[in-house]
Write a protein that binds this ligand. Structure first.
Ligand code: LER
Ligand code: MN
Length: 278
């Protein structure tokens, strides 16, 4: 959506997560039924769609790209969490073959992202540490995997997401992720910041957004209860003002529970965001 401020035209692009297939992760308003769901997302007024894709090889790409074109919906980002959640593959697995399989799978997401101009999300695909594996070793494997992915796909943006402590013990905060990016030293790897995780882990959401400004590629919004923004107690007005202040140009994408039902959650999100943005 575009709006006027201080005589300038400002754009805040809104998208929402649609899982290309059904999945056990629940914070996605829409799952499957691509034809009807893409139509609904467009009709509600979203500028783009974030697609959660388990395995690009099993997608009917011709049909999907036709539907995206018909609805005029760019893909803001590609979510990869189901590679971990459903297939048990991740960058810090003890078994080298499984680490390699995770790299190969993410490479196929990166190929799609290059074609679509989308960001690739590095969330739970990082995995978590195990009693048998030192955390420092897990971090080395993660650095190695991301170096390979980022070097092979220099034109694609990869966004590491700080995820709260109840889902992983690797990279929970913005500060830890910025430190990690410093070690990684790849310009096409930056951050995805998610208001739900930030509400749990960050001392100040707005200060952490400002600290990440140079490397902020993507934003997820969900309220404190992971319902649509406006349903909990996160101060989204201050988040929007901060994103304006740091000249954020990426998408703001709803990763929300389909509650009280999918369509109401998406409608409530867009109505609330439009109200606080303009
Ligand atoms: C994915 O973007 C996310 O936020 C995680 O909570 C997935 O478990
Ligand atoms: Mn997220």
């Amino acid at each position: 959506m575009q709006y006027q401020k201080w005589g300038f035209r400002i754009e805040m692009k809104l998208s929402i997560v649609l899982s290309a297939q059904s999945a056990s992760f629940t914070a996605m308003a829409y799952q499957g039924q691509l034809e009807s769901n893409l139509k609904k997302i467009k009709k509600l007024g979203f500028d783009g769609v974030e697609l959660a894709i388990r395995n690009p090889a099993t997608l009917n790409l011709t049909e999907l790209e036709l539907l995206l074109n018909q609805n005029g919906l760019p893909v803001s980002a590609i979510g990869t969490g189901q590679v971990y959640g459903e297939d048990g593959m991740y960058f810090t697995h003890q078994d080298r073959k499984i680490r390699q399989a995770a790299i190969d799978r993410i490479s196929s997401h990166l190929d799609l992202a290059e074609k679509w101009g989308a960001v690739v999300i590095i969330g739970l695909i990082r995995g978590r540490s195990h009693p048998e594996v030192e955390k420092s070793e897990a971090e080395e494997w993660l650095l190695e995997a991301l170096r390979i992915c980022a070097t092979q796909h220099e034109k694609v943006k990869l966004a590491i997401e700080p995820i709260n402590r109840y889902e992983t013990d690797l990279l929970n905060t913005v500060e830890e992720c910025l430190h990690f990016l410093n070690k990684l030293k790849r310009n096409n790897v930056g951050l995805l910041l998610d208001s739900f995780h930030m509400n749990i882990e960050e001392p100040s959401i707005t200060r952490s957004l400002e600290n990440a400004r140079k490397q902020l590629f993507h934003v997820h919004v969900a309220d404190s209860n992971r319902w649509y923004p406006g349903a909990g107690h996160i101060d989204f007005s201050s988040i929007i003002r901060t994103l304006e202040k740091i000249n954020y140009e990426g998408y703001i994408s709803g990763e929300i529970l389909p509650l009280p039902d999918a369509d109401s959650s998406a409608r409530n999100m867009i109505e609330y965001m439009k109200k606080i943005i303009s």
